[in-house]
Design a protein around this ligand. Structure first.
Ligand code: PHE
Length: 350
């Protein structure tokens, strides 16, 4: 028995010496050390021996097995090393690994999120497929009211959504829409968190637009709202001035002119000094010196009530930026449709 083991070992080492390939080495391992290998068979045959022999031979064959395994591993390492030396020319230039980067709209969104988080605002999300109630009615835009015309809406055909759990109006009609703005999250946030409240809502919106260089059916907005006791218009103005300076530089000024939005009263637009001509007038600002960037105002009492907040106790402001528009202006992009085009020649410039 002992001799047999020693012979096996010598046989193995002989063969090992002449092996040059990984595959041969693997089959040698299987032949001797595998589950049905020659050495393993011997170990299995120990049961018929006396206890003393069992101990002696068992130890020997285990030692040999370990030794052969080590040798085998060594040989494998050598082969791997050689094959590396054969195939890798370390003097060749490396392969360039292309890295992705952040989309220009996401970049502006991140910048604004950082700014508002630093001022104690929460960052919230809301559904893109929204009920008519949150998108319009809760915001004081009633059914069949001309204010609905301000935003061309994609209404959803219930037949197109199987097992829909969406909302239904009084007449049992399915009334879900692709949200046209991020404002529905105003009321959702009020209902969830109550007052006082500070939140911004970046997100994707949809409008049934005939697209052109300034209009796209899918656009990004960032909504903001702040509700507390004694919040007034000057707080809104200060906040918007901070945003303008952050986006377009310290010498940026803000101009506000009255504008109607059903969910604010009073309502206003917001324009910043054109960052190209710094107010002198140029093609981008159509020679006015100002760029219209946002809508804003003091939250309408009806909207506060719909959110479960008492307008006698609390007041608040809200604003909405077109993120796509911000990015378009900031980077001088002449066609807003490029953002959604997925065209690498466009995206790689940022
Ligand atoms: N939701 C408005 C829009 O999309 C913008 C807005 C937000 C206006 C908040 C006032 C207050 O046009």
């Amino acid at each position: 028995m002992q001799n047999k083991i020693i012979k096996l070992k010598e046989e193995f080492l002989d063969k090992l010496e002449n092996i040059g390939s990984e595959d041969d080495l693997k089959s040698l391992e299987v032949e001797y050390l595998g589950r049905k290998g020659k050495l393993t068979q011997i170990l299995r045959g120990l049961s018929g021996l006396s206890l003393e022999d069992k101990k002696k031979i068992g130890k020997l064959s285990n030692d040999v097995k370990r030794e052969l395994e080590d040798k085998n591993k060594e040989a494998m390492e050598k082969i791997m090393q050689n094959s590396l030396n054969d195939f890798v020319d370390v003097t060749l230039p490396g392969k360039k690994i292309t890295k992705g980067h952040i989309h220009p709209i996401t970049r502006i969104q991140n910048e604004l999120e950082d700014l508002f988080i630093a001022m104690g605002f929460m960052v919230l999300d809301g559904p893109e497929l929204e009920s008519d109630f949150y998108c319009f009615e809760a915001l004081n835009i009633l059914k069949n009211h001309p204010a609905r015309d301000m935003q061309d809406t994609f209404y959803i055909d219930p037949a197109s959504i199987k097992n829909s759990k969406g909302s239904f109006d009084k007449n049992g009609e399915y009334d879900m829409v692709m949200r046209t703005h991020t404002s529905p999250v105003q009321v959702r946030a009020m209902q969830k968190y109550g007052a006082p409240l500070r939140a911004i809502v970046p997100g994707r919106c949809f409008r049934n637009e005939a697209t052109d260089v300034r209009h796209e059916h899918t656009l990004y907005q960032i909504e903001g709202l702040m509700i507390d006791r004694d919040i007034n218009f000057s707080h809104l103005k200060a906040m918007l001035e901070i945003v303008g300076k952050k986006l377009y530089g310290e010498d940026t000024r803000l101009r506000m002119r009255p504008k109607f939005y059903p969910f604010v009263e009073p309502g206003s637009n917001g324009e910043y000094t054109c960052f190209i001509c710094r107010g002198r007038g140029c093609k981008l600002c159509k020679y006015s010196g100002w760029l219209e960037i946002l809508g804003c105002g003091m939250i309408h009492p009806n909207v506060l009530r719909n959110g479960g907040i008492d307008p006698e106790k609390y007041s608040g402001f809200a604003f909405g930026f077109g993120l796509s528009r911000l990015a378009q202006l900031k980077y001088g992009i002449d066609d807003t449709r490029l953002f959604m085009s997925g065209d690498m020649r466009f995206l790689e410039q940022f």
